[in-house]
Write a protein that binds this ligand. Structure first.
Ligand code: NDP
Length: 284
């Protein structure tokens, strides 16, 4: 039976550290502030934005919400981002994705100043990640590394298999695992013999976006299984990419959904906001 990796617990520990850092910054006259842009009325986006605002409040970070109509154009959005880029009271900027289809998402990502890009999506920050010199950690993958560290799960020399190659999860995850000296394989929808590959994984990260995709026969005995997926099953219940009840019997460690990777993503965003405030004020 696997040990459950408690994302809420690790996330609370990160938030406590963030809170202390914010208090220190305030003593030096710096009030870390995160601007969160939301366009339209996507209910999932609204929930994510509310969670981020709540987490800011818990840790003393000022959160500034910019809620825009569904009909906002790319140009209007870019103008708002430019104002936030220039606003010295704003340290971090994020635009909740996805934006409505008529908005050019790549222009939005490129418009956010790399120094305030707390999601680490800007090409400059992606390039730095590739070079291993990043200031901002890609939130979801960095949250996963934090959880592994917290549970003393070593990465060096381990076979790490990631299912999924998105810019948000799969690709940056591969870079962070590589930085930690894991031997990394990335699988995707065109991968042949997926099961043979996943069965070699000491650490298996599922970022597919398909309910209960990873079954026990895809998992090696004693593997560490990290479930990034946020899906709804046929009953409308929240579930991950991993068939938890089966896989937990085989894994050594496993993250639940909810309560695993999700809370970590938000905590890492807070950490990045503190980092941004420090960099912008030449503080360590
Ligand atoms: P994407 O849809 O961008 O990427 C999914 C990846 O899965 C793609 O690379 C795709 O391959 C691959 N894939 C799809 N089908 C298969 C298959 N049959 N076999 C192997 N690979 C397959 O999703 P994201 O990376 O953005 O998100 C993944 C999941 O994680 C979602 O459920 C999302 O909601 C969740 N998520 C959770 C977060 C959290 O904080 N917990 C944060 C971000 C995301 P290909 O590239 O070939 O199409």
């Amino acid at each position: 039976m696997a040990l459950i990796i408690d994302g809420k617990k690790v996330s609370s520990a990160v938030k406590e550290d963030v809170k202390k850092s914010v208090e220190e910054l305030k003593k030096q006259g710096v009030n870390p502030c995160l601007a969160v842009i939301i366009v339209g009325n996507n209910p999932a986006s609204r929930t994510y934005v509310n969670n981020k605002k709540k987490a800011c409040e818990e840790t003393g970070i000022i959160s500034k919400e910019i809620a825009l109509d569904e009909g906002t154009s790319t140009e209007q959005l870019l103008e708002i981002i430019e104002k936030l880029n220039l606003d010295r009271d704003v340290n971090g900027i994020l635009c909740q994705l996805p934006v409505p289809g008529h908005i050019d998402e790549s222009k939005v990502i490129s418009a956010i100043s790399p120094d305030k890009d707390v999601d680490a999506f800007h090409a400059v920050n992606v390039g730095k990640l590739l070079q291993g010199v990043q200031s901002f950690q890609p939130c979801t993958p960095a949250g996963i590394i934090k959880m592994l560290d917290y549970y003393n799960i070593g990465i060096e020399g381990k076979n790490c298999v990631i299912i999924g190659r998105s810019n948000i999860v799969g690709k940056p995850m591969s870079m962070l695992l590589l930085q930690k000296n894991g031997t990394v394989t990335i699988a995707h929808s065109k991968t042949k013999n997926l099961k043979e590959i996943t069965k070699t994984a000491d650490i298996l990260v599922a970022a597919v976006g398909r309910a209960n995709f990873v079954t026990a026969d895809m998992v090696k005995d004693g593997a560490v299984v990290i479930d990034v997926g946020i899906n709804r099953n046929e009953d409308g219940k929240l579930c991950g990419d991993v068939l938890f009840d089966e896989v937990e019997k085989k894994a050594s460690y496993i993250t639940p959904v909810p309560g695993g990777v999700g809370p970590m993503t938000v905590s890492m965003l807070l950490e990045n906001t503190v980092t941004a405030a420090k960099i912008q004020n030449n503080l360590k």
